[in-house]
Design a protein around this ligand. Structure first.
Ligand code: F6P
Length: 340
C-alpha cells in the first residue's frame, strides 16, 4: 500500500513525532510504502513529494515543526475548494491513502477530499485545541507549557516592580490556551474570545487587587475583545483570508495605564508557543494518534479522524471534527474563582 502523509496549517511541536509513528508502525506491521507530501496542499496540488523511509525517522520524536513543510497555499479559488486539482495530485502520486495531520481548516479540506472519493484519515493538531471531535490536539500541551513558563517568569518581575503585566497568548476564536495556562500560572484575570470584556470591569478587578497586592498578571487570548468592540487585527490576512490577530495586550496596557495610572507592560508570546521541542505529553499523544491512524488506514476505515474522548482513544468522522470547540462555562468559572 502506498500512503501519503501531509501536514497542513500552522505548525506545532509533535507533528514530526506523529509522522514517525505512522511510518514506523506502517512499515513494521503493514509493509506500507510512505511518501511525504511537501508543504501541505501546495505539494498535493503539484504532486510534490519525497519518499519516507524508516531511516528518515531518526531523531524526529523530539524535533519541533514539520519536516514536510506547511506553506499556506491558494487551495481555494474565490471561496471554492480546488477539489479537482487535489484529486489530480493524489492520483499523480499513485496514492492508495492519505493521512492528513491538521487543524480545522486542513481537516475541512481533507473531509471534502474524502467526499470526492479519496481514502483519507485525519490526525488532529493545533495549539489552539479547538476541534469539536477531540478533547486534545497535538501541540496544545507544548503551547501551554511555554505559556505557563512565561507566566511564571513574569510573576517575579511583576512583583519586583509593582507592575500590571499582560501576557498575550494565541487563540483566535477559542481561549483554551489562555484559560488553561492562566489557571496553571495563577493569573489574576483571564480574558478570552468567548467572554467579551468590559474595560471598567477589568480595571475594577485590578484596582481592587492593588489594595491588597502590588502587582497583577492578566492573561489575554489574542482573539479577546471588548463587549462593544472588535478583536485586534494586525491589518494582515493569511492565505485563507483570515485576518491575523495580535495586539490586544497593547490596547489593554494603554487603557489600564490611562485609567488607573499603574505601571503596566505587555508581552506577546506569539509563535514561541508553536516552536521548539514537543513536551512528553505531546510526544506520547502524537505517537498514539500516529499508530491509530495507520491502523485505520490498513483497515480501510476512511473518512475518520483519530481522537481522544472521555480520555479514551477513539475515532470520529472527519465532518464532526472540523467544527470549532469553544471554552465552556465550566472551565471559565473554574478559572474565575481565582481572579482578583
Ligand atoms: O491556529 C494556530 C495559530 O497559532 C493561532 O493560534 C494563531 O492565531 C494563528 O495560528 C497564527 O497563524 P500564523 O502562523 O499564520 O501567523
Amino acid at each position: 500500500m502506498r500512503v501519503g502523509i501531509l501536514t497542513g496549517g500552522g505548525d506545532c511541536p509533535g507533528l514530526n513525532a506523529a509522522i514517525r509513528a505512522v511510518v514506523r508502525k506502517g512499515i513494521n506491521d503493514y509493509h506500507m510504502q510512505f511518501v511525504g507530501v511537501k508543504d501541505g496542499w501546495r505539494g498535493m496540488m503539484e504532486a510534490d513529494s519525497i519518499p519516507l523511509t524508516r531511516n528518515d525517522m531518526s531523531g524526529l520524536l523530539v524535533r519541533g515543526g514539520t519536516i514536510l513543510g506547511s506553506t499556506p497555499s491558494q487551495v481555494f479559488d474565490k471561496g471554492e475548494l480546488k477539489v479537482e486539482k487535489l484529486v489530480e495530485g493524489y492520483r499523480c502520486m499513485n496514492l492508495d491513502a492519505l493521512i492528513v495531520i491538521g487543524g480545522d481548516t486542513t481537516l475541512g479540506v481533507a473531509a471534502k477530499m474524502f467526499d470526492a472519493g479519496l481514502n483519507i484519515v485525519g490526525i488532529p493538531k493545533t495549539i489552539d485545541n479547538d476541534l469539536v471531535g477531540t478533547e486534545v490536539t497535538v501541540g496544545f500541551n507544548t503551547a501551554l507549557t511555554v505559556a505557563v513558563e512565561a507566566i511564571d517568569r513574569v510573576h517575579t518581575t511583576a512583583e519586583s516592580h509593582h507592575r500590571v503585566m499582560i501576557v498575550e497568548v494565541m487563540g483566535r476564536h477559542a481561549g483554551w490556551i489562555a484559560i488553561m495556562a492562566g489557571m496553571a500560572g495563577g493569573a489574576d484575570l483571564i480574558l478570552i474570545p468567548e467572554k467579551p470584556f468590559d474595560l471598567d470591569d477589568v480595571c475594577s478587578v485590578i484596582s481592587k487587587r492593588h489594595q491588597r497586592k502590588s502587582f497583577t498578571i492578566v492573561v489575554v487570548a489574542e482573539g479577546a475583545h471588548p463587549r462593544d468592540g472588535e478583536a485586534s487585527y494586525t491589518g494582515e490576512e493569511d492565505a485563507f483570508g483570515n485576518h491575523t490577530l495580535g495586539g490586544v495586550s497593547n490596547y489593554l496596557k494603554r487603557e489600564i495605564k490611562n485609567k488607573l495610572g499603574f505601571d503596566t507592560r505587555s508581552i506577546i508570546l506569539g509563535h514561541t508557543q508553536r516552536g521548539g521541542i514537543p513536551t512528553v505529553a505531546d510526544r506520547i499523544l502524537a505517537t498514539r494518534y500516529g499508530v491509530k491512524a495507520v491502523d485505520l488506514t490498513s483497515q480501510q476505515e476512511y473518512g475518520k479522524m483519530v481522537a481522544i474522548q472521555g480520555g479514551q482513544l477513539v475515532t470520529v468522522s472527519l465532518d464532526e471534527a472540523v467544527k470549532q470547540r469553544k471554552v465552556t462555562d465550566y472551565w471559565y468559572d473554574l478559572a474565575a474563582n481565582f481572579f482578583g
